[in-house]
Design a protein around this ligand. Structure first.
Ligand code: KIV
Length: 263
């Protein structure tokens, strides 16, 4: 088994769907890697998913690096992408490359940067300096204050025009793939057909080159309600609650520990 590179990911376009998931810890990274997930993203979604912040703007570089290092220790095959948090790439190119470099030193093969035209200069700078970048356009959660909420993109002519322009600019700047989040299916399809690099969709319909979801959503560990595009493959919240209740009952009734569980 060898480590996937950005070139393996690019060459899947048009041949094989790319499967991506988020991971935030060593054990989950190992499970995903053993399952054959192609791209593992340490998403800044860890901010709301595991740290209980109300959005992704709150998380810092230092916090992201703790999760990234844990995930990196669990991966042998998948391409590992670190999500550059809010303000880690906007202040200056120097700060951006220093922070992107921290993700690479932590074990990442690439970083992800939100934003289209707004982020193109920094993307180009990182790529020129040898750091592969995954783009991310559409419903970009780091722009939530400006967007005024999590809103599906590509509904108006203006929005469609911007999405298409952003995708092209990012491709020209050298990204190896683009996440399309919360984008109308027909728009995501056109963008996918327009690009030589793969698109990875999340709430962007059936025609992207790959799909990514938040792992704790599809396992039912995050609390409902879930976005429309989330398919539940497990119901961990219920299963965990059942297990915890059984443990509680066993302790209260004196059934735990048993004779087999003592020294
Ligand atoms: O932070 C994240 O988890 C993401 C993906 C959902 C694309 O950006």
């Amino acid at each position: 088994m060898r480590k996937l590179t950005i070139h393996d990911i690019i060459s899947k376009k048009g041949k094989e769907k790319i499967v991506a998931l988020t991971a935030y810890d060593y054990q989950m990274a190992k499970l995903e890697d053993e399952t054959g997930i192609d791209i593992i993203l340490v998403g800044d979604s860890v901010s709301n998913v595991l740290l209980g912040y109300d959005n992704t703007l709150r998380i810092s570089m230092d916090e992201m690096l703790v999760f990234t290092k844990a995930v990196a220790r669990g991966i042998k095959r998948a391409l590992l992408v670190g999500d550059m948090p809010f303000l880690s790439f906007q202040v200056s190119k120097e700060e951006a490359i220093k922070n992107a470099g921290e993700f690479i030193k932590a074990g990442c093969d690439a970083v992800k940067i939100e934003g289209g035209e707004e982020s193109v200069n920094v993307v180009e700078y990182l790529v020129k300096n040898g750091i592969p970048v995954m783009g991310h356009i559409g419903l970009t959660p780091q722009w939530i204050l400006k967007m005024g909420g999590y809103k599906v993109q590509g509904k108006t002519e203006e929005s469609i025009k911007k999405l298409k322009k952003d995708a092209k600019l990012l491709e020209e700047a050298g990204v190896f793939s683009i996440v399309l989040e919360g984008v109308k299916e027909e728009v995501a399809k056109e963008i996918t057909e327009d690009l030589k690099i793969p698109t990875i969709g999340i709430g962007a319909g059936r025609f992207c080159d790959g799909q990514i979801l938040v792992v704790w959503d599809i396992l039912g560990y995050t609390a409902p309600p879930y976005p429309k595009f989330v398919r539940l493959y497990e119901n961990l919240r219920e299963r965990i609650k059942e297990a915890l209740s059984k443990f509680r009952e066993d302790v209260i009734k004196g059934n735990y520990p048993s004779e087999k569980e003592i020294y």
